[in-house]
Design a protein around this ligand. Structure first.
Ligand code: P6P
Length: 336
């Protein structure tokens, strides 16, 4: 039986990958792991505790806010506030970024972006949901408060990204730019334990993941590609929780699509705290992540915190195939 390797141990051991690392990123990743365990505890008993049901508020992007969203948001903010390694946060649940004061006169070198509970509309029906996070080195002066430009960096500037999937088991998957590793929470010891080392996405898979209900609202080139997936007898799997849908594709191969529609002409998913972190992870696992206009997601200029983007993320051969369909059938200009 393989020796248990906890997330903490793995992160500390991997710190040697960064010759100039002085432990701040290690500490920040461990703090996120703690927040994930706290949120997991409440997600697992959401049906029992009066945190089900829709809170009487909407978040900045107009989504109805579930109480567990608010709880998760608070927990991640609290953990990061006390870490001393993070000087600011941008969350799906907050209109503006949140500058964090230094801890014991130490100001953090990093900013963190996150969606505290993505897919939260699934909570009440016991379908898996997830947390998505990304970590950037601050660009503002170390002794100043952070500013919005710290958060408007391209995805290529990410130093780490990850997600937590609260599903049949709780899994934390992350990358610091040297491959992707997964850790399953062992509730008996309260530790995330290494369960999926050096995750590599298959070159292609049998799944495609898109909200088929919007088919008639997609541009013709996307409809042609979706028809192709169906003609190839691929299986449609769509949970409506980006983390869950991308997780399946990361492990079994496939492609996830959220094209533009009349309602979301720039796409629905948020670039900063959904698309970029997941695109970074999928690319690190050997996959591809582009927009439906064929731009590399990680290279998209970031103009505002809650900016949206179209996405086509997954197995490299399948993303290339989708690209060929767009080039062949698209009336709109595409990017080289
Ligand atoms: P639709 C959840 O609200 C979310 O942001 C993503 O997790 C998910 O992929 C998408 O929206 C689902 O959107 O329009 O298919 O319900």
């Amino acid at each position: 039986m393989n020796r248990i390797v906890t997330l903490d141990e793995f992160i500390i051991r991997r710190q040697i990958d960064f010759p100039y690392a002085s432990g701040e990123l290690t500490s920040l990743l461990r703090d996120l792991g703690v927040a994930a365990k706290i949120v997991n505890r409440e997600v697992n008993k959401a049906g029992l505790v009066n945190i089900l049901g829709v809170a009487d508020s909407q978040n900045v992007t107009g989504d109805q806010v579930q109480k567990l969203d608010l709880y998760a948001n608070e927990k991640f903010i609290d953990c990061l506030k006390n870490s001393g390694e993070c000087c600011g946060i941008a969350s799906e649940e907050n209109e503006d970024f949140i500058p964090l004061p230094g801890v014991e006169s130490k100001t953090g070198k990093y900013v963190v972006v996150f969606d505290p509970l993505d897919g939260s509309s699934n909570i009440d029906v016991n379908v898996s949901v997830g947390t998505i996070f990304g970590i950037y080195r601050r660009t503002s002066e170390q002794d100043d408060a952070c500013n919005v430009n710290d958060f408007l960096q391209r995805g290529t500037e990410l130093v780490a990204a990850g997600y937590v999937l609260y599903g049949t088991s709780t899994l934390l998957v992350y990358t610091t730019g040297r491959g992707v590793n997964g850790f399953t929470l062992d509730p008996s010891i309260g530790e995330f334990c290494l369960s999926h080392q050096n995750i590599q996405i298959p070159d292609r898979g049998n799944y495609y993941s898109v909200n088929q209900g919007y088919y008639l609202k997609f541009d013709v080139e996307m409809r042609r590609y979706i028809d192709h997936c169906s003609d190839m007898n691929l299986r449609l799997r769509y949970i409506g929780s980006m983390v869950s849908d991308i997780h399946r594709i990361l492990f079994q191969g496939g492609i996830f699509l959220y094209p533009n529609t009349r309602k979301y002409p720039h796409g629905k998913l948020r670039l900063v705290y959904e698309c970029n972190p997941l695109a970074y992870i999928v690319e690190q696992a050997g996959g591809k992540a582009i927009t439906c206009q064929l731009q590399r997601i990680l290279e998209l200029p970031v103009e505002h915190l809650h900016q949206r983007a179209t996405v086509a993320i997954g197995s490299p051969d399948m993303v290339e195939e989708m690209k060929a369909f767009v080039e062949r059938y698209s009336a709109a200009p595409t990017f080289p």
